[in-house]
Design a protein around this ligand. Structure first.
Ligand SMILES: [Mg+2]
Ligand SMILES: [Zn+2]
Length: 197
């Protein structure tokens, strides 16, 4: 039996995902390189990490509007052998810690370690998780029982938006197209307090 390749997932708790029942029941999906950190190509150490301006404020606005924070990132550097999944997970643990320290904890990071052309070994595969395909978003929705139509994705590449559309994510934006005050994006999506009759 040939199982389809699955995205990797890092959750701070480790092990099985806990469904988002008590907390937010929708998510802000964030691309990583070019959204969270400056995209210098295959970033995988703390020393290479430079935060994108305003990222923690953006995450705080999403948190305040009731969105859980989930990272979805293509990691062809694993497929290419530039770093291992274990190194990536160590770095991701550090990155989650940085967000937690700032009061905007990340729920999970989904990553695609594959590449259809440049991958080595088992990573050399056409998968459904490498954006623009929707596999990471669909896996997160399944793990956390998320209504994708109420979720938001922020990326920096057309492939991020294509993945969102393919998965049925309700709102997808490029980072450069956000309103000057990120809270305005989420406020505009909230249902009105007094819906018109
Ligand atoms: Mg990116
Ligand atoms: Zn993949």
């Amino acid at each position: 039996m040939n199982l389809p390749p699955r995205p990797g997932v890092f959750m701070p708790s480790g092990g099985r995902p806990e469904p988002v029942t008590a907390g937010p029941h929708k998510a802000l999906f964030l691309d990583r390189d070019g959204v969270i950190n400056v995209d210098r190509g295959y970033v995988h150490t703390a020393g290479q990490t430079q935060w994108m301006p305003g990222i923690f404020e953006l995450c705080g606005a999403a948190r305040d509007a009731g969105y859980a924070l989930i990272v979805v990132t293509n990691q062809a550097g694993i497929a290419r052998g530039y770093y291992t999944e274990a190194q990536f997970e160590d770095y991701t643990r550090w990155l989650h810690g940085q967000f937690a320290e700032r009061g905007v904890p990340l729920l999970a990071t989904y990553y695609c370690p594959h590449h259809p052309v440049a991958g080595t070994g088992a990573y050399h595969v056409q998968c459904d998780c490498r954006k623009p395909r929707p596999g990471m978003l669909l896996a997160a929705a399944k793990d956390f029982d998320l209504p994708l139509g109420e979720c938001v994705l922020i990326g920096d590449m057309p492939s991020d938006l294509q993945a969102a559309v393919a998965a049925g994510v309700g709102t997808a934006r490029l980072l450069g197209d956000l309103p000057p005050h990120p809270a305005d994006l989420f406020a505009g999506l909230a249902p009105p307090d007094n819906p018109a009759p």
